[in-house]
Design a protein around this ligand. Structure first.
Ligand code: NAP
Length: 321
C-alpha cells in the first residue's frame, strides 16, 4: 500500500455490491452518519435488475419492475450521503491507520481503506455446461427473460429449470412466445405453489418432465436443443428459437476464497448478525449461506449487516456507549 493511501482516512464502511442487500446496507450505514462507500461490480449486474416483475415486495401491491426498484433503493441511499464507485473487487488485505485497524479493499487500480467491510456481492446465474451453451449466448441462449423475451414474439422457446426463477420467467415469456416448453429434470417443480399453479394452468406452457438439455445447436442462430429423458435415457430434438436457462445460482465470492469462511457451495457463512469469520467483515444477501433468497430478505440482511458494522466501528473508535 502506498504512503499516500496509508495517510488517507479510511471509510467507516465499504460495501462490496450494488444490489438490494448492498444498497440497503448503504442506506442504513450512511443514515447512521457513517462514512460509507458502496462499490458496485463493474462486470456483474444485480439479478434484481433483470427481473421483470416483483410482486411480493411489501408496500408495493401493484408490483414493480426489478430495475426500477433497484433505482429507488439507490436514490434512497444517496439521499443519506452514500458514496458510490464501480469496480470489480479482487480482495481484502488487513490494514491499520494509527490505532485503527481495518481492511484495504482492492478494486481494479483503486484501493479503499475501511474500518469495516460488508460483502454483498450476490450470486450469478449458473450454466448448464452442455455443448453449444456458450457458443449460442446472444444467439438464442439467454439468462434474462426481461432483456431478451421481446425477441421471441410468436416463436417457440424452452426454459430450463423448475425453481421460482424458471417458472416466473416462463410465465413472463408467454407474453411474447407462442409456446414455452419448461424442461425440468424431475417430475415436480421446486417453485412456490402460486407460481406452479399459474404455469400449470397457462395454455402456452408445456412441460418436458424428467428431462435435461444435453446439447444446444443450430446454424448461425439456435434452432434446436436435444432433450434426454433421465428415466429412460431416450433422446429427442426440440425445435426452439431460444432457450432460457434458470438452473440456480453461483455465489460471487471467488475474490474471498481462502480468506473468509465459505460453505461447500461457496456461499459466505455468517451468524445471525451477519458477522463473517473475519473481524469487522460482514456479509448479507444472496452471497451468504442461507435457505431463502428474496429481495426482501436481502434487504433485511443488509440492514442487519449495517447495524453490526455500525456497532463495530463505534467500538473501534471508542465511541460505543
Ligand atoms: P433454485 O431454486 O436453486 O432452482 C434451480 C432449479 O434448476 C431447480 O428446479 C433445479 O432442479 C434445477 N437445476 C439445477 N441444476 C440443474 C441442472 N444442471 N440441469 C437441470 N436443472 C437443474 O434457483 P432459482 O429458481 O434461480 O431461485 C434462486 C432463489 O431465488 C431461490 O431462493 C428462489 O426462491 C428465489 N426466487 C424467488 C422468486 C419469487 O419469490 N418470486 C423469484 C425468483 C427467485 P431441482 O428442482 O431438481 O433441484
Amino acid at each position: 500500500m502506498s504512503e499516500q493511501s496509508l495517510a488517507r482516512p479510511p471509510y467507516d464502511v465499504v460495501i462490496i455490491g450494488g444490489g438490494p442487500a448492498g444498497l440497503t446496507a448503504g442506506m442504513y450505514a450512511s443514515r447512521a452518519s457513517l462514512r460509507t462507500l458502496a462499490i458496485a461490480g463493474a462486470s456483474t449486474v444485480s439479478q434484481v435488475t433483470a427481473t421483470d416483475l416483483i410482486e411480493n415486495y411489501p408496500g408495493i401491491p401493484e408490483g414493480i419492475n426489478g430495475f426500477d426498484l433497484a433505482e429507488r433503493f439507490k436514490a434512497q441511499a444517496l439521499q443519506f450521503g452514500l458514496e458510490t464507485a464501480d469496480g470489480d473487487v479482487t480482495g481484502l488485505t488487513r490494514q491499520s491507520w494509527g490505532d485503527l485497524a481495518g481492511w484495504e479493499v482492492a478494486a481494479g487500480q483503486q484501493r479503499y481503506g475501511a474500518l469495516s467491510v460488508i460483502i454483498a456481492t450476490g450470486a450469478n446465474w449458473r450454466r448448464l455446461g452442455v455443448a453449444g451453451e456458450e457458443r449460442f449466448i446472444g444467439k438464442g441462449v439467454s439468462f434474462c427473460a426481461t432483456c431478451d423475451g421481446p425477441f421471441y414474439r410468436d416463436r417457440e422457446v424452452a426454459v430450463v429449470g423448475g425453481g421460482d426463477t424458471a417458472i416466473q420467467e416462463a410465465i413472463y415469456l408467454t407474453r411474447f412466445a407462442k409456446k414455452v416448453t419448461v424442461v425440468h429434470r424431475r417430475d415436480r417443480l421446486r417453485a412456490t405453489a402460486i407460481l406452479q399453479k399459474r404455469a400449470l394452468e397457462n395454455p402456452k406452457i408445456a412441460f418436458a418432465w424428467n428431462s435435461v438439455v444435453d446439447a444446444i445447436d443450430g446454424l448461425d442462430l439456435l434452432q434446436w436443443v436435444r432433450l434426454k429423458d433421465v428415466t429412460t435415457g431416450a433422446a429427442r430434438q426440440l425445435n426452439v428459437d431460444g432457450v432460457f436457462i434458470f438452473v440456480g445460482l453461483t455465489p460471487n465470492t471467488a475474490a474471498f476464497q481462502g480468506l473468509i469462511a465459505l460453505d461447500n457451495a461457496g456461499y459466505v457463512t455468517v451468524d445471525a448478525n451477519m458477522q463473517t469469520s473475519l473481524p469487522g467483515v460482514f456479509a448479507c444477501g444472496d452471497c451468504t449461506a442461507k435457505r431463502f433468497r428474496q429481495v426482501v430478505t436481502a434487504c433485511g440482511d443488509g440492514a442487519t449487516a449495517a447495524f453490526s458494522a455500525q456497532l463495530y466501528c463505534e467500538e473501534m473508535k471508542g465511541e460505543a456507549y
